[in-house]
Design a protein around this ligand. Structure first.
Ligand code: SF4
Length: 383
């Protein structure tokens, strides 16, 4: 089982961010931690004897949780969901917020992978994004993490930013590589409605790079990172051999997961005719979440049942994000039918147009297919 823990606290709100995260809510941290422990207890009762194959602490900014609260949180969760031998245990962290005491606590509980949001090298681009840190903060946090014993470090970068040139992007990639991470995530900016950045774009105060420029940036990332020994294993993710993120791969392969915390989602095997799995989502607001856990009223979660047909499509939608694609064997094991019996004619038509390819028992997108992934998925939808 995969376990996700959501920490909805941030030092400030970045200008592009629409995640469930809020600044200035530190007073709620102790009650929030207790609420997550209560939810872990309830989930463990529903899914007894469950071990955590992977754990991912995301946010928000997990690294602003005071060490004593992190200690209480991880103690409460791992007591209910002990780590399986060799489990991957990731925490996100923001540069400039990491401390030796936080790292010591995290590592004591088994954290063995850190994912840090660097985003860009240039101070003006970081300002455009509303990020609080500088590259010097990233360098200092990486040093601290390495000194604490982190051997698996990932950095997040963003491209397609307003005002970002191809040269800026290449410099950001080089700066990230100079820190010798084991893993890099490169995300194209998606301006989300309701964010200050989107408002600036709509009002013409900021301008995005041309689509062609953004594509060239993506190609640069693939080329430069391959040259530096990183294999691309998913649309946005690159890793040195042996360092691909197991938690995210599990998500793309539809491994069941339990999400704890505000806005966290769980996807668990369904019980009942025509229900392949059930997805539940917690209330996003911190106070709403604490109130739900305090009352033990888990019916306040949003519930969505996933039919066998939807589950098959999810396997394609998520699996085609990965460079290795969707394995025919895994598909049959998960869904009880062969992949080609469901998608064969559509896949063969896409292959004839050079958009997907079949090799080693897997169907995957070609480079050209990756550029139009959404329209491929529309074509794959069952009638
Ligand atoms: S640090 Fe992350 S979660 Fe927090 S506001 Fe910025 S982008 Fe959002």
């Amino acid at each position: 089982m995969e376990i996700y823990l959501h920490i909805p606290f941030c030092g400030s709100k970045c200008r592009y961010c629409d995640f469930a995260s809020w600044p200035g809510q530190e007073a709620l941290m102790p009650a929030y931690v207790e609420a997550v422990c209560a939810e872990a207890q309830a989930m463990a009762e529903a899914w007894p004897d469950t071990q955590a194959e992977t754990v991912f602490i995301g946010g928000g900014t997990p690294s602003i949780l005071p060490p004593e609260l992190l200690d209480r949180l991880l103690d409460g969760v791992l007591r209910r969901f002990p780590l399986a031998p060799g489990a991957e245990f990731t925490s996100e962290a923001n540069p400039g917020t990491l401390t030796a005491a936080w790292l010591e606590t995290a590592l004591r509980h088994g954290v063995n992978r850190l994912s840090m949001g660097m985003q860009a090298l240039q101070p003006e681009l970081l300002r455009t994004l509303g990020r609080r840190h500088t590259f010097a903060d990233v360098e200092a946090s990486v040093r601290l993490a390495r000194a604490a014993g982190i051997r698996n470090l990932s950095l997040d970068l963003m491209f397609g930013l307003p005002g970002q040139t191809e040269a800026d992007w290449a410099e950001s990639l080089d700066a990230a590589l100079s820190l010798e991470p084991e893993h890099l995530s490169c995300y194209g900016l998606i301006p989300e409605d309701g964010t200050p950045l989107k408002a600036d774009l709509d009002a013409g105060r900021l301008t995005l790079p041309e689509e062609e420029t953004e594509r060239a940036m993506y190609d640069t990332a693939i080329r430069r990172l391959a040259g530096a020994g990183f294999a691309q294993y998913e649309i946005s993710n690159f890793a040195r051999p042996g360092f691909a993120c197991r938690h995210n791969i599990g998500y793309w392969r539809r491994v069941p997961y339990i999400g704890l915390g505000a806005a966290a989602a769980s996807c668990l095997p369904g019980r009942g005719e025509g229900i392949e799995s059930v997805r539940t989502t917690n209330p996003a607001g911190i106070r709403d979440y604490i109130a739900m856990a305090g009352a033990g009223d888990w019916s306040r979660r949003a519930v969505e049942t996933v039919s066998p047909e939807d589950a098959r499509f999810e396997s394609m939608m998520l699996g085609l994000r990965m460079n290795e694609g969707v394995s025919e064997e895994d598909f049959r094991r998960m869904h009880g039918v062969s992949l080609t019996s469901v998608y064969g004619p559509r896949l063969r038509s896409l292959a004839a147009r050079g958009l997907v390819e079949h090799a080693d028992g897997c169907w995957r997108l070609t480079r050209r297919g990756m550029d139009i992934q959404n329209s491929i998925l529309v074509e794959l939808m069952e009638d």
